[in-house]
Design a protein around this ligand. Structure first.
Ligand SMILES: [Zn+2]
Length: 300
């Protein structure tokens, strides 16, 4: 079933679990995410970055919408780091149920203005909106771009941003980075910053760059109040590690159905472990019990 992010995360907040958002850009990764969720009877968010949509093309999303929509477990189809009204409208046109507008590189008042505009348009068609405040770091290995420093989210700014934009969820910068961390670098999350934001903001909070962080820190962040954790590199690296192993074997051939099933299994194992960590295994039943929510219902 398809739901928007409000419907997905309101339940997560009520029942105290988080939902993973996993980036996809082709059919084997879609299968990895959807089948892991179904095998765990867990909700999941299918995330597509504008560069991933540019790669898989708009028509591919018809398959994703149909496959996720026909499933007994709930899915959100979410644009990750939408960067313009154009990219947001393209996502809405493709059937996404949720978008992120990332204007976090702009001064606060411009970020508010741009995000509020996206909220106005998306709420007209029942699509939820995630905003971002602060700067999530970058290890330089992800699709989001080059190496950058973390700029922690200011709690007072967060309060103002949420009130003035009407966003449904907020991505906060508390010390994670996009991509995989270089050897020897261990990220340290600022739980005090998260607690301070949580104290003044009532909407669900989002943790980007969730790959490569110690399980204990992610679990603690979920306990404090993170409802969505973005995972991309962790499960894709397991998928491609297996692909490299198979392709390096003599006689591995060239048929996708000989190569990819084991890669899908390797990716699924990582996703399932994350779902355990987020506490959402078996949680799909809550959504089924809630009268089959229609994702195009009115937002607040
Ligand atoms: Zn991100």
């Amino acid at each position: 079933m398809l739901v928007n992010m409000n419907q997905m995360l309101a339940m997560a907040k009520e029942k105290h679990f988080a939902v993973g958002a996993f980036n996809i850009s082709e059919s084997n990764l879609v299968r990895t995410v959807i089948e892991a969720a179904e095998e765990n009877d867990a909700p999941a968010i299918i995330a597509v970055h504008p560069t991933e949509l540019a790669y898989c093309k708009d028509d591919f999303m018809k398959y994703v919408v149909a496959r996720a929509g026909n499933s007994p477990v709930p899915f959100v189809i979410h644009m990750d780091h939408g960067d313009s009204i154009d990219s947001i409208m393209r996502a809405v046109h493709c059937g996404f149920t949720s978008v992120m507008i990332d204007a976090s590189h702009l001064p606060l008042h411009e970020n508010i203005e741009k995000t509020a505009e996206v909220v106005k348009y998306c709420h007209m068609v029942g699509v939820s909106v995630e905003g971002e405040l602060g700067t999530i770091g970058d290890t330089g290995t992800s699709i989001e771009g080059g190496m950058t420093e973390v700029l922690y989210t200011d709690p007072e700014d967060a309060k103002k941003f949420v009130a003035e934009t009407g966003v449904d969820t907020l991505a906060v910068a508390i010390g994670t980075c996009h991509g995989l961390y270089p050897k020897g670098v261990t990220p340290k999350l600022r739980m005090d910053v998260l607690e301070a934001i949580k104290a003044v903001v009532d909407i669900p909070l989002v943790l980007h760059g969730g790959s490569g962080n110690p399980d204990s820190e992610i679990a603690e962040a979920v306990k404090i109040g993170i409802q969505k954790v973005n995972i991309s590199s962790d499960y894709k690296s397991a998928f491609f590690l297996k692909a490299r192993e198979i392709l390096s074997q003599e006689g591995s051939g060239w048929d996708p159905n000989n190569i990819f099933p084991a890669c899908i299994d390797a990716g699924k194992a990582v996703i399932k472990q994350k779902m355990e960590l987020f506490g959402c295994v078996g949680a799909a039943k809550y959504y089924r019990d809630a009268n089959e929510p229609q994702w195009r219902q009115e937002l607040n």
